[in-house]
Design a protein around this ligand. Structure first.
Ligand SMILES: [Zn+2]
Length: 268
């Protein structure tokens, strides 16, 4: 039986998370499954403390706004390549918020590890956010991105692609989000640089893994590389290159894990 104070925290936390997730679902930022998963991730965060919950909400607003920024332009540019649109589903919510929720849970269960858990949790979300901002700003940019793997130009939206605008978005995004984490009181101001650096390390890991090992699929009808399981022409695609189970969501999960571990190492 939970102590009654914790019980009311849990109720309030999950209640608030459910309200925000429902709004996000109704406005098209999340799918229904995404909203259910976000209720669990958000509920755990809100129960862990106001700073955890507030930072998650700030992060989510930033990521959703970045996805909406120039939506039309981006959809036109990437409709052929990217696996999923701007609406986040359950796998994407877990990929972005799973490590953060695990850190929040750790701080709830093991109070003595609370400070370390907060650094790692903040860095996990900063990494996911920096990666998202890099992708969104890089995609919006008119310049042609190039592949880390072939060092040649690739279509906009390709995983592991690098551009100047995207890299600037990544660094600025990491700095802004780490500052926001300190603003909510989740991490001390003295660790903003550490958390931003860890976040950038996670986002860079995401780019490298995305370029070299993430699965690429092939549409035989269009003779075109894509990340869609069913190409937009309606043809089911085949794994073609990279590790078959390593899809974009799993690479994103890896990005947040790398961010959290980098914070742990840098914070020692
Ligand atoms: Zn096709």
């Amino acid at each position: 039986m939970l102590p009654s104070a914790l019980r009311s925290d849990v109720l309030l936390g999950f209640g608030a998370a459910a309200v925000i997730a429902t709004i996000a679902w109704r406005t098209g930022a999340l799918t229904r499954g995404g909203a259910l998963t976000a209720t669990v991730v958000g509920g755990v965060a809100m129960t862990a403390g106001r700073s955890w919950g507030l930072f998650l909400v700030l992060w989510f607003i930033t990521a959703s706004l970045a996805s909406r920024l120039g939506k039309r332009t981006k959809e036109r540019a990437t409709a052929d390549v990217v696996a999923k649109g701007g609406q986040r589903d359950a796998a994407q919510v877990l990929a972005n918020g799973g490590v953060f929720a695990a850190c929040a849970l750790t701080s709830l269960l093991a109070a003595h590890a609370g400070d370390t858990a907060a650094l790692m949790g903040a860095a996990a979300l900063v990494a996911a956010g920096a990666d998202t901002l890099a992708t969104e700003i890089g995609t919006l940019w008119r310049g042609r991105p190039w592949s880390l793997r072939t060092l040649g130009p690739v279509p906009v939206g390709t995983s592991g692609a690098v551009s100047l605008a995207g890299s600037a978005g990544m660094v600025l995004g990491a700095w802004a989000l780490a500052t926001a984490a300190a603003g909510t009181g989740l991490i001390p101001s003295s660790t903003v640089l550490l958390v931003a650096t860890a976040g950038i390390a996670g986002a860079v890991a995401d780019t490298v893994v995305g370029a070299f090992w993430q699965v690429r699929r092939w549409c035989a009808s269009c003779a075109r590389e894509t990340e869609q399981i069913v190409h937009r022409c309606g043809t089911p695609t085949q794994p073609w290159r990279g590790i078959p189970w390593l899809d974009n969501d799993r690479v994103n999960l890896l990005c947040t894990l790398a961010g959290a571990l980098a914070a742990l190492l840098l914070g020692r």
